[in-house]
Design a binder for this molecule. Structure first.
Ligand code: PLP
Length: 349
């Protein structure tokens, strides 16, 4: 049978990386963030395409992801781990040549004692209050940490997707105060920070969502398409209802298509009675509740039964779907389930 197919345009990801690379100030290195299985799209294929496009430094959330990435890329590219050097990571960091971003005095001690001389970076907290050393901690350890030669000092912006938010300038000033004069390469900007302009770029930028076609990078090429096969159709008479809890009731006789895909595949229940699927250029409303494996769609206005309907495509982006569900494109992408056949498009550029 046909399965639900998630198509992933690797050429578009490469094009987005190149465009963000050009948007970074000259002399600035552009890395690539591929945490959470490259935002749900498949770290092996995505990272290889990015390496081919020119990315030399990658960021992941945890060491296990770094290990998978090293298998995909082989030796050479630098793999930075944003959760740093956690208890139990030492062997993996050593064997797979990972570069942990040390987040605390505990992590500094662990790394410098267990793997002296091996690469590391430092993450500072400049106001997000999530990961990294705060000013007082950094002041205490900076002399001997700098002596050990970090590869990178980084921090992360909490509100970069709101250009006018006062915290941006505040974090920028704090980052300068904590790092000016260290002589170590620095990084502050993710996708949103790149768009804030060159004073946020420092030596290296770390785009994630922009590579995958999501806001706030409005100029991105579209990366994903998701096509769901129609399993069966039925006529629902006026007054009859469809799905769990009688979530939708026909007021005229209607042709309802049941398609393969549900909340277990990342089609959030909040899309119930709200989203639209597409037959080419023709919108077809999702009716009733999204269930675990199935959704139901009104195709009464079509003159034939389509083999599949698109829920992500040229007419509906991950951000459109996120707006309908009351979330963000990041969550839509990283929820895309393991049951989809992932089909990669590459080589057409
Ligand atoms: C996720 C993340 C990024 C990438 O952010 P995007 O908004 O997806 O570009 C960069 N840096 C850190 C610390 C992150 O957690």
């Amino acid at each position: 049978m046909t399965t639900a197919t998630l198509s992933i345009d690797l050429d578009a990801i490469a094009a987005n990386w190149r465009a963000l690379d050009r948007a970074s100030a000259s002399g600035v290195q552009t890395a690539a963030v591929v945490k959470a299985d490259a935002y749900g799209l498949g770290i092996t294929r995505v990272a290889r395409a990015l390496a081919q496009a020119g990315a030399r430094r990658f960021f992941v959330a945890v060491s296990e992801e770094g290990a998978a990435l090293r298998q995909a890329l082989g030796p050479g590219p630098q793999i930075c781990v944003m959760s740093g050097h956690m208890a139990g990571d030492t062997e993996m960091v050593h064997d797979l040549d990972l570069c942990p971003m040390l987040n605390s005095i505990d992590q500094v001690t662990r790394h410098l004692e267990s793997l002296p001389g091996l690469p590391f970076g430092v993450q500072l907290d400049t106001g997000m209050n999530r990961l990294g050393m705060e000013e007082a901690e950094w002041e205490a350890v900076a002399p001997f940490v700098l002596e050990a030669g970090p590869e990178l000092i980084m921090s992360h912006l909490a509100c970069a997707d709101e250009p006018d938010h006062a915290l941006n300038e505040l974090q920028l000033a704090t980052f300068h105060a904590m790092t000016d004069g260290t002589g170590v390469p620095r990084s502050l900007a993710a996708t949103g920070g790149i768009l804030l302009g060159p004073k946020y770029h420092f030596d290296l930028t770390r785009p994630g969502i922009g590579l995958y076609g999501g806001r706030p990078y409005e100029g991105a090429s579209r990366v994903v398409g998701l096509s769901l096969p129609v399993i069966q159709t039925r006529v629902v008479q006026a007054g009859e209802s469809v799905g769990y809890a009688c979530g939708w009731t026909a007021d005229v006789p209607s042709m309802i298509a049941t398609v393969s895909g549900g909340y277990a595949d990342g089609l959030l229940r909040a899309l119930s009675n709200n989203a639209v699927l597409w037959d080419g250029d023709t919108p077809c409303p999702l009716v009733g509740r999204v269930s675990m494996d199935l959704i139901t769609v009104d195709i009464s206005h079509l003159s034939y039964v389509p083999r599949a309907l698109d829920i992500l495509g040229p007419h509906q982006t991950v951000d459109d779907l996120a707006d309908i569900a009351g979330t963000i494109g990041y969550e839509i992408l990283t929820s895309l389930g393991p049951r989809y056949t992932r089909r990669y498009q590459e080589g057409s550029a």
